[in-house]
Design a protein around this ligand. Structure first.
Ligand SMILES: NC(=O)c1ccc[n+]([C@@H]2O[C@H](COP(=O)([O-])OP(=O)(O)OC[C@H]3O[C@@H](n4cnc5c(N)ncnc54)[C@H](OP(=O)(O)O)[C@@H]3O)[C@@H](O)[C@H]2O)c1
Length: 279
């Protein structure tokens, strides 16, 4: 593969995993169309060699159309999309508003559909690749992370169907499943912790949320690990369908194979401990 000929679109390129992928792949010689929402982020991305910042809000068709027109007019072709932009909404499902749930899916699933559909003609021409940044929450649903994990489960289903629909067209769909990665997504989660004051689930949701955030901030992998795997997914002639990048591989493998009733029993024990502890 001649890397310097290959152009890649990355959404949510100004922060965390998207930024790490942008910087790493640009150093490797790829030309990056880097999507961001704010002007100052676009300008900062434009400062990086091999990177062109583009305004892209994955919930806004107009920005997607303008970005597509820009890329098409460049005549550069497009080898891959890294569908990275995402948000994480957490909290007890019985307290989550319909609007919050719609917002979660609008970014993490429908946003990916908008982007992929818009740029698909270019990927068909290049026999390119679609990289989906999913999560270990795309195969394990933790209590009080329902909105986020249901959006990632949906993304996994979407990606499996798309991969199979494209088998005859030489466009590959590859799912990346990171576990805890040290990014600002965890700071954003912190704002949600106090949100469910009157909820019957307040105590469990708060403790489990706080524990996850603590781990996400302090016991997590560097986003550069994901960038390296994305490079593999772009370069390998015959890439895997899924790449898991987690700090605790054994635990995640167990979560994939243990019967769900067994996992429920373990979770129930934890919930009981929290619910009936004195504080
Ligand atoms: N960090 C982890 O532990 C972890 C684990 C598994 C999977 N992931 C996934 O990795 C992806 C990146 O997350 P991250 O951890 O790097 O978080 P992050 O630092 O918060 O980055 C999220 C990126 O998505 C962008 N974004 C949010 N809403 C958008 C929208 N409507 N249109 C366009 N861009 C939008 C953000 O832009 P703004 O700055 O403008 O908000 C930001 O660039 C997400 O899909 C996430 O679910 C993360």
């Amino acid at each position: 593969m001649v890397i310097s000929d290959k152009h890649i679109l990355i959404t949510g390129a100004n922060s965390g995993i998207g930024k790490a992928c942008t910087e790493y792949l640009a150093v490797k010689g790829f030309k990056i169309y880097a999507g961001a929402r704010r002007q100052e982020d676009i300008e900062a991305l434009n400062e990086i060699k091999n990177v062109i910042g583009l305004k892209i809000d994955v919930t806004n068709n107009q920005t997607i159309k303008e970005a597509f027109d820009y890329v098409k007019n460049e005549n550069s072709g497009l080898f891959a999309i890294v569908n990275n932009a995402g948000i994480a909404i957490a909290g007890p499902l019985m307290d989550i508003s319909t609007d919050d749930l719609i917002n979660q899916f609008d970014v993490n699933l429908i946003g990916i559909h908008r982007i992929t559909k818009a740029f698909f003609p270019l990927l068909l021409d290049s026999k390119g690749r679609i990289i989906m940044v999913s999560s270990n929450s795309g195969f394990f649903s933790a209590p009080f992370f329902g909105p986020y994990s249901s959006s990632k489960f949906a993304l996994e289903g979407y990606s499996d169907a798309l991969r199979r629909e494209l088998l005859l067209y030489n466009v590959k769909v590859i799912i990346i499943q990171p576990g805890r990665i040290k990014t600002s997504i965890w700071d954003k989660g912190e704002e949600l912790l106090g949100k469910y004051e009157g909820s019957i689930f307040k105590k469990e949701a708060y403790k489990i949320g706080k524990y996850a955030i603590e781990k996400g901030k302090n016991n997590s992998l560097n986003p550069s690990k994901v960038a390296k795997v994305v490079l593999t997914a772009l370069k390998k002639k015959d890439p895997k369908n899924r790449y898991m990048i987690v700090p605790d591989k054994f635990r995640n493998k167990l979560l994939k194979i243990l019967p769900s009733r067994r996992i429920d029993k373990i979770i129930k024990k934890e919930l009981v401990k929290i619910k009936f502890s004195p504080d």
